[in-house]
Design a protein around this ligand. Structure first.
Ligand SMILES: [Zn+2]
Length: 146
């Protein structure tokens, strides 16, 4: 299947151009996802609202998996990675907008908040573990007391 980048309509692979959009390029679903473009079945009557944001692609992926596991349709859209911004300010980091249908937003926001806490706890634990390891190796490496 291929999808129109303009309107998200689905087409057979043999079709060369969108019937509705003369400029509409047809691409595979992977490309649609990479560009954060919703496909036709994702832009139906439902209204997608922001349930949260992620600061890196791994977190965005984690959120998407989490919401999909709860059977909540989700779109992760990269934001703020414009090359112009990056040139003028030098340090614009991309972030990801996590979108869910409005009727799922309350639950999704709750789930993402909890997941964020989990990730933070895991991170803190990893830092603690790394510090412990450092202390241990320092201990072993220390010269014997005189
Ligand atoms: Zn189209």
């Amino acid at each position: 299947m291929k999808y129109c980048v303009e309107c998200g309509s689905e087409y057979q692979d043999s079709v060369k151009a969108c019937a509705d959009c003369p400029e509409g390029q047809l691409v595979d679903p992977e490309t649609m996802r990479q560009r954060g473009l919703p496909m036709a079945h994702e832009r139906d009557t439902r209204q997608f609202v922001r349930a949260g944001t992620a600061e890196d692609p791994l977190t965005a992926e984690d959120y998407v998996r989490l919401l999909e596991a709860e059977r909540i349709p989700v779109i992760a859209r990269p934001q703020g990675s414009g090359s112009v911004d990056a040139l003028t300010t030098g340090n614009v980091l991309p972030w990801w907008e996590i979108l869910v249908p409005a009727e799922h937003s309350v639950r999704a926001i709750d789930l993402l908040a909890r997941e964020k806490d989990n990730l933070k706890a895991t991170e803190a634990e990893a830092i603690r573990a790394a510090e412990d390891e450092e202390r241990e190796s320092e201990g072993f490496g220390a010269p014997p007391p005189a």
